[in-house]
Write a protein that binds this ligand. Sequence first.
Ligand SMILES: NC(=O)c1ccc[n+]([C@@H]2O[C@H](COP(=O)([O-])OP(=O)(O)OC[C@H]3O[C@@H](n4cnc5c(N)ncnc54)[C@H](OP(=O)(O)O)[C@@H]3O)[C@@H](O)[C@H]2O)c1
Length: 307
Amino acid sequence: MAKEVTIGKTDVKTTKLGLGTNKVGGHNLFPGLKDEDGYALVKEALDAGVVLIDTAYMYGEGRSEEIIGDVIQDYDRSKIVIATKGAQDASNGNKPNNSPAFLKQAVEDSLKRLKTDYIDIFYIHFPDEATPKDEAVAALNELKEAGKIRAIGVSNFSLEQIKEANKNNQVDIVEDHYSLVYRGAEKDEWAYLKENQISFVPYFPLASGLLTGKYTKDDYAKFEKQYSQDQFTTILSALDKVKTIAAGHGVTVAQTILAWYIKNPAIGAVIPGARNADQVKANVQALAVDLTQAEYEQIDQAFVVFK
Ligand SMILES: NC(=O)c1ccc[n+]([C@@H]2O[C@H](COP(=O)([O-])OP(=O)(O)OC[C@H]3O[C@@H](n4cnc5c(N)ncnc54)[C@H](OP(=O)(O)O)[C@@H]3O)[C@@H](O)[C@H]2O)c1
């Protein structure tokens, strides 16, 4: 699979399309999930050549990591890039805890659940209020030097918090909410990240399914907490433009949207989530979609009001 990227200043390499796994074992977040679907979809991704698997303690309080840990036993570990996240303190209602001792233990616990002896990317999932960010990252740097993790990430940090975390130039990657309909990171973070050779991974790239094009105006009730009626209408008409481009390539709207992230030079890797193996099978085809520069710009402009 082409379109290879390097994470930050590390030697971790992956392809631009990974897999998000909050619906693998994430029973606490999405009721009614079946573990068997989670096993099947992770296998589907690895069989299709997906390299980057993005998980977290918080997805099922360890269950997502356990399922991924089971699946990878049958694959060549050296060809997989596992990204996981920690910071939620189970002994304190899963409140964020970034203290060096807590983060070091969180990494050990993730290693056990993943049944592996190193983690390719470990993110501090959320900032806490108390710990100086550079001290939290320094703890992870010790684990990096010990070979337990290969890249250091932060997630859900503001630009100021990212800067504090990166005081000693030790942050390799940032994961943050970003999509064509939620574009704040473009102006808030990207210039700093580029200047400091820090990779960027957007979460919610499909806006939780809305950008797959599978919803119509009759589905507004599902999205009324996130979008005004006007915004929802704007998104649907922007998706109509994407539909025309998708038809020209003989692919779906979801594949075209994912291809837009893949073509975007500011994006390290895109990690669409999936509920089942069929969605994974469809999404990995996005790597084969080569948008022209004009099509890329048309999509960018279609969603420009969200910049
Ligand atoms: N760092 C953080 O704080 C943070 C926060 C959130 C997420 N994440 C990570 O980012 C990943 C991506 O975010 P996300 O999964 O929440 O949202 P997303 O990628 O925007 O949307 C994924 C959802 O869209 C639907 N979908 C995906 N492919 C589809 C297809 N081909 N056809 C139709 N529907 C499709 C599925 O949901 P339905 O079938 O239910 O519609 C799927 O679960 C997560 O899995 C997780 O690894 C990180």
